[in-house]
Design a protein around this ligand. Structure first.
Ligand code: NAD
Length: 353
């Protein structure tokens, strides 16, 4: 049966290739950026310096204090620096935290963002922003925060450690899994999601085996692009809701949380989403995609239980309450009993049910 759908393409310019970061000045020029503020985390200051050198006179400074979940204090400090330097755009080089800071500056100052991702989180492909104030993370969608241009350079991901590559890649796969059964999915998104999962599932084991495998890094980054675009174009379900609540309430690491939860939510939802199941059967080359995702996580050495991330039994009731309290779209209705069962399996890394 062909369902009704609406599809709106997001304006995206992508420059892809090993060494593509050397085109950064050209890309900034295309966007009319003459005074770029380069954004990075403290761990990627050297990379930010490389970006500044490549930008030459087009760079006016580096703000290297980006932090996970975009605290408002960090945004205020970056905003003051951008204003002080009269910046007319920003170059966000790093993972989802750095790109999230760029989006906050786009939201507040209207600065165009040139994103240079170095993880597989996929934020560069979405109009979704997040800001954290008083331990509460607020998120929203606004086309103004979508980066104007994205440079994907697999060479920049060579330094991403095997463990982080595994969990970050599973984070990207989660976007595609939920896009496949999203109420606003469409043939374009389904095709991108299936291909994205195939690229990542095929390349991540090679990357954890040899993080310097540039072909596998290229395939993973192409998968990231596709999965990120799926996240940007559709409404996410139980998996993203659960990870958002877990991350916010218990201050858990983002990618690792996604890696643990994904096989459990897939097992719960795919019975009610036959088209998504078929697409994932093809992408993962398995009859049981939820089991395939669990096996992939194990093979990659990713954490399998929330307990490994420091979660205890006593933490679960508040998480379950918060998930049940807010309505969100999901292919299968989420009852308290089902959620409790799912959370207990995820806590101890038990079999998906
Ligand atoms: P991150 O950006 O916090 O990076 C994790 C750590 O890895 C940092 O210390 C960083 O410096 C380091 N790192 C990044 N790339 C590296 C590389 N190539 N080599 C060595 N070290 C590297 O983690 P993340 O998982 O990319 O992003 C998580 C954040 O992004 C969360 O806050 C999440 O909510 C957000 N996010 C937002 C969206 C969206 O659409 N808005 C999508 C996905 C994730």
């Amino acid at each position: 049966m062909i369902r009704e759908f609406t599809y709106e393409a997001l304006p995206m310019r992508v420059a892809f290739g090993a060494g593509a970061v050397r085109r950064i000045s050209e890309e900034a020029e295309r966007l009319g950026i003459e005074r770029a503020l380069v954004l990075a985390t403290p761990g990627q200051t050297a990379l930010a310096g490389t970006a500044r050198d490549l930008l030459g006179e087009r760079a006016v400074g580096i703000f290297d204090r980006a932090r996970m979940h975009v605290p408002v204090e960090t945004v205020a400090a970056a905003e003051a620096m951008a204003a002080g330097l009269d910046a007319d755009g920003c170059v966000a080089i790093g993972g989802g935290s750095t790109i999230g800071l760029g989006k906050a500056l786009a939201l507040r100052l209207g600065l165009p963002v040139l994103a240079v991702p170095t993880t597989y989180a996929g934020s560069e492909m979405t109009p979704i922003w997040g800001l954290t104030e008083n331990a509460r993370k607020q998120t929203g969608r606004n086309p103004a925060v979508l980066p104007k241009s994205v440079i994907y350079d697999p060479e920049l991901t060579l330094a991403l450690p095997a463990g982080m590559s595994a969990t970050s890649g599973l984070n990207a796969i989660a976007h595609a899994v939920e896009a496949l059964y999203a109420p606003d999915t469409s043939p374009v998104i389904s095709a991108m999601a299936e291909r994205g999962v195939r690229e990542l599932a095929g390349s991540l084991p090679a990357i954890t085996g040899d993080p310097a495998d540039i072909d596998a890094r290229s395939a993973a980054l192409q998968g990231t692009w596709l999965c990120g675009a799926c996240l940007g174009a559709t409404t996410m379900g139980l998996h993203h809701k659960l990870c958002h609540v877990l991350g916010g309430k218990l201050d858990l690491p983002h990618a690792q949380t996604h890696a643990v939860v994904l096989p459990h939510v897939a097992a719960f939802n795919l019975d009610a989403a036959p088209d998504a199941r078929s697409a994932l059967q093809r992408a993962l080359d398995t009859a049981d995609p939820a089991e395939g995702l669990a096996e992939l996580a194990t093979r990659l050495g990713a954490p399998r239980g929330l307990a490994e991330l420091g979660v205890s039994e006593a933490d679960l009731p508040a998480v379950i309450e918060e998930v049940l309290a807010s309505p969100y779209t999901n292919p299968r209705p989420v009852t308290r009993e089902a959620l409790e069962r799912l959370m207990h399996a995820a806590l101890h890394g038990g079999p998906t049910t």
